[in-house]
Design a protein around this ligand. Structure first.
Ligand code: RFL
Ligand code: PHB
Length: 393
């Protein structure tokens, strides 16, 4: 089998790349280790930057997003028993759109398959060969037998645990990591959201977050210990703990109900450098992880794909490989800024042990950041997503 771009992984990065390339007549094949139902069922991110929305529009997968996405011009920060609002419209002239990653994934899979796109599910890539040449290939197992996909380029969109980053030469690859001593316990429930906007809470008992998927479906998170078992958290225990960590007016307004989904995710910051190894490119979680505070994970994956798709299009249309050569450098600049913001928001909102001094510093920083014009501008412009440099704007 042969294609122009072999894409490993049918998460948001792989699907969006395939869709954007296909609109320019560039052929790709997606290889996905899991089943379609599994990929479509994963509950993950929910907040889209305007730049990600624009890219989904360019990819012509925005029809349902336009109808069902909730546009938010601000978000809440609770601390010391009160709630402050970051006005994104005022301080950064922008907004975000609340629309679940699950829905984006479904929309993109539908669009790819409707256009005759090739996605192999339950096709696990085991090896990437010859990516130091112009004739790389990917070995994968499908229907119980080993097969080979030859191509011009390989896009490693296979997430943090994928094969692409592991294939990179260890002499060149550098990895930067911070593991946080806590995780997030998330609950999805068919209840109206407690807050109109996404609201992050710093509390002495630990961090809490009120989010939503629609006007009738809520998504909440609380900070828990890394070794907590999800089974040890009954719905009632979750709702009780969440209420304790929120200001009274929000806790009292909250409508609770049975959880539809409940899971614990560890928190980590991670960046791999570089993102290009000959004809192999890393994009999305394969290259970097952010803690979910600030909702940058999915948006960073879309940002990589914005750059990679344009670079591949320039290569095929104009025989210009200069953007492909600069892919790593262009992406890493923005990646590190999103890493910084996610790390910062995590640092000022979570509980790090019984550190009373640290907690006072957090409250002081949150008070400053929500009162000062400069502080509010920093928070707002990072939350809506930093601008892209030409020619990617
Ligand atoms: P994905 O979505 O992980 O997709 C990678 C795909 O590659 C497949 N794969 C392979 N396929 C073939 N062969 C192999 N050898 C393969 N190895 C892996 C996997 O099955 C998978 O389908 O990466 P992508 O496309 O880069 O997208 C990134 C986003 O999904 C991610 O940044 C966010 O979802 C991160 N994230 C969250 N971000 C937020 O902004 N807010 C959140 O609330 C939030 N919650 C989460 C999250 C990530 C989680 N993970 C990865 C554990 C919750 C969780 C549980
Ligand atoms: C979510 O709705 O899942 C969500 C919202 C904001 C975040 C992280 C997750 O920062």
């Amino acid at each position: 089998m042969r294609t122009q771009v072999a894409i490993i992984g049918s998460g948001p990065a792989g699907l969006l790349l395939s869709q954007l390339l296909s609109l320019q007549g560039i052929d790709s094949v997606i290889l996905e280790r899991r089943s379609r139902a599994y990929v479509e069922g994963r509950i993950r991110a929910g907040v889209l930057e305007q730049g990600s929305v624009d890219l989904l529009r360019e990819a012509k997968v925005d029809e349902r997003l336009n109808r069902e996405g909730l546009v938010h011009d601000g978000f809440g920060l609770c601390f010391a028993g009160r709630t402050e609002r970051i006005d994104m419209k005022k301080y950064a002239k922008g907004s975000v759109v609340v629309y679940g990653q699950t829905e984006i994934t479904k929309d993109m899979i539908d669009a790819r398959l409707a256009a005759g796109g090739k996605i192999f599910y339950e096709a696990e890539c085991t090896e990437i060969k010859d990516f130091d040449t112009d004739n790389p290939s990917v070995t994968f197992t499908h229907d119980g037998r080993s097969q080979e996909l030859k191509c011009d380029y390989v896009a490693g969109c296979d997430g943090y645990h994928g094969v692409a980053r592991r294939s990179a030469p260890q002499s060149v690859l550098r990895e930067f990591e911070r593991v946080y001593p806590f995780g997030w316990l998330g609950v999805l429930s068919q209840t109206p959201p407690a807050t109109e906007e996404v609201t992050y809470a710093n509390h002495e008992r630990g961090f809490a977050l009120c989010s939503m998927r629609s006007l009738t479906r809520s998504r909440y998170y609380i900070q828990v210990d890394t070794d907590d078992a999800v089974g040890a958290w009954s719905d009632d225990a979750f709702w009780d703990e969440l209420r304790r960590r929120l200001p009274d007016n929000i806790a009292e307004a909250m409508v609770t109900g049975p959880s539809i989904e409940k899971s614990i995710a560890p928190l980590r910051s991670f960046v791999a450098e570089p993102l290009r190894f000959g004809t192999l490119f890393l994009a999305g979680d394969a290259a970097h992880i952010v803690p979910p505070t600030g909702a940058k994970g999915l948006n960073l994956a879309a940002a990589d794909v914005r750059v990679l798709s344009r670079a591949l299009i320039a290569r095929y249309r104009d025989n210009d490989a200069s953007l492909l050569e600069r892919y790593s450098e262009i992406c890493l600049d923005r990646i590190w800024k999103a890493e910084r913001f996610s790390w910062w928001l995590t640092t000022v909102t979570h509980r790090f042990g019984a550190d009373a001094f640290g907690h006072r510093i957090q409250l002081s920083e949150l008070d400053y950041m929500t009162k000062s014009e400069a502080g509010q501008t920093m928070v707002a412009e990072n939350y809506i997503g930093l601008p892209f440099e030409a020619p990617f704007a």
